[in-house]
Design a protein. Sequence first.
Lengths: 114, 115
Amino acid sequence: GAGVSQSPRYKVAKRGQDVALRCDPISGHVSLFWYQQALGQGPEFLTYFQNEAQLDKSGLPSDRFFAERPEGSVSTLKIQRTQQEDSAVYLCASSLAAGNQPQHFGDGTRLSIL
Amino acid sequence: AQTVTQSQPEMSVQEAETVTLSCTYDTSESNYYLFWYKQPPSRQMILVIRQEAYKQQNATENRFSVNFQKAAKSFSLKISDSQLGDTAMYFCALNYGGATNKLIFGTGTLLAVQP
């Protein structure tokens, strides 16, 4: 595709529900990143994939957060037993290769937990 | 620890004028990259300009230029001939390398261009 695609654009869930957020990176991009952006803040790193390998998950806030990229392309961020503090915009970014390549961002998913 | 600080939460500029957004950072790495990203209300983060720390020459992209002061760990963005479409949140970001190449973002500066 032309850019990074994320779905859904908006997600509303009740506290305690599980949610899954999808990211379709730019075709051929090796690196994929997930960031969490709280209201009025800058994005914060969650996790990083190089192809299908999750090389860094140091930013995941708890074991309720899980990400996968099984075939090295599409990635899913899953949040189990959601809590109100999980409300944020979740941004996905991809870059062509490992290393200091520019990251291209999607439009994000705005998650609201009621 | 790597940090990025943007001390101007909001700024305003008249159309066609010049504005400078400030950013300071801290890292112990010698080779790193600095970025300015623009985030309009549509939420998509758009890369504005990129600076490699080992390059002394300041990066320029059309109306956008940076003033990179490595010793002072300062990385400001100058927007010349401001346009209404420049209205957005601007984030300064640091990539210090390592195994991940993740971005460390500042808290952002909301720029409003007034007609």
